[in-house]
Design a binder for this molecule. Structure first.
Ligand SMILES: Nc1nc2c(ncn2[C@@H]2O[C@H](COP(=O)(O)OP(=O)(O)O)[C@@H](O)[C@H]2O)c(=O)[nH]1
Ligand SMILES: [Mg+2]
Length: 252
């Protein structure tokens, strides 16, 4: 079994991409299953094979511990980690070739609490990869592009698995797409764009972060996709295959 974690900021398209990948692999005859790790989600566009909502219930946690929605979500994520044996057994019973893991809406619940890393480490799988979604709709300037790249790098450090960076919602961003892709391939173009937008402390901080991130190959190979039109998904499939199958296309 090989697993693909889908991470990214709230609303970046994790759930929709999960369903897209599931459809595409299944259509190609690959035995694929989905694990939903988001205890707070109400409606899912896919049928999950393993669902943490079978183990934790946000509404009863709120009532039982007199918590608001945020407190209950934190508690739910920690409780999920304590159920890892049951979740792992359920996944192993299904035993798919590919397991796609949809993570909680709020990235910090997954990536910045020890429960997320624990889950990543304890899913029994030969190969693991993480897809980090850059929400195209949030990248409105070069400075906030750098801030999202910083977040992506931080998540990579937390989860410690090979990461594929993906840009979502390309159907919504028009001509900005070309700028963003240029920023990922040419450091000087991005630095010039930052200089046009920012000065003083913001300029100094942004360019220094960028130079640090660049040494770690921050957003290299950012793959643009649209979960709505399906554009670019074939390139994402190829990148996943290269990591998980050392070059063999999934479904071949
Ligand atoms: N136009 C467009 N909308 C998208 C795309 N991906 C996700 N969405 C929409 O963005 C919203 C949040 O998506 P969702 O998958 O629930 O995000 P999550 O919080 O990361 O799981 C939903 O209304 C989706 O239909 C995309 O590529 N293009
Ligand atoms: Mg979601």
């Amino acid at each position: 079994m090989k697993s693909i974690f889908i991470s990214g900021t709230a609303g970046s398209g994790k759930t929709l991409l999960t369903s897209r990948l599931y459809e595409s692999y299944t259509k190609n005859g690959v035995f694929t299953a989905v694990l939903n790790l988001d205890p707070g989600v109400e409606n899912l566009p896919y049928t999950c094979d393993v669902d943490v909502r079978d183990y934790v219930d946000i509404v009863s946690i709120m009532r039982q511990y007199d918590l608001g929605p945020n407190g209950a979500m934190i508690m739910a994520n920690d409780l999920i980690a304590s159920k890892i044996d049951d979740i792992r057994n359920e996944v192993n019973r299904v035993n798919p070739d590919y397991l796609i893991i949809d993570t909680p809406g709020q990235i910090e619940l997954f990536a910045y609490r020890s429960s997320g890393r624990f889950l990543v480490e304890n899913i029994s799988s030969e190969e693991k990869t993480n897809i980090f979604l850059f929400d195209g709709a949030l990248i409105t300037s070069p400075v906030n592009f750098v801030s999202i790249a910083l977040l992506a790098t931080s998540i990579r450090l937390r989860l410690n698995v090979p990461t594929v960076n993906v840009l979502t919602k390309t159907d919504l961003i028009g001509a900005k797409l070309k700028d963003i892709l240029q920023w990922t391939t040419s450091l000087s173009t991005l630095e010039d764009a930052i200089a046009k937008e920012a000065d003083g402390d913001t300029y100094t901080l942004t360019t220094n972060i960028l130079r640090g991130l660049n040494r770690g190959g921050f957003a290299q190979g950012l793959i643009p996709i649209s979960n709505v039109t399906g554009e670019g998904l074939v390139n994402l499939d190829g990148a996943l295959s290269r990591i998980l199958n050392l070059g063999e296309e999934i479904g071949d």
